[in-house]
Design a protein around this ligand. Structure first.
Ligand SMILES: [Zn+2]
Length: 65
């Protein structure tokens, strides 16, 4: 189980990056929304839509399969 966050600021593509806690690219906690503790990466990516219409997984902490 890991804690997941979504960045409040969009990246260059207009998408908001989702991170796992402990990621070296994770911004300061006041720059992110806490999604919550999840047992997989699909749920937090889906839940990021509660804040932002466009989100992407961080390639560093949520690598593509
Ligand atoms: Zn990350």
């Amino acid at each position: 189980m890991d804690e997941f966050f979504v960045e409040k600021s969009a990246n260059a593509d207009g998408a908001h990056v989702v991170h796992r806690d402990g990621c070296s690219s994770l911004p300061a906690k006041d720059q992110v929304h806490l999604i919550g503790v999840r047992s997989n990466t699909a749920a937090p990516l889906k839940e990021a839509a509660n804040w932002f219409s466009s989100s992407v997984p961080c390639p560093e902490c949520i690598p593509a399969k």
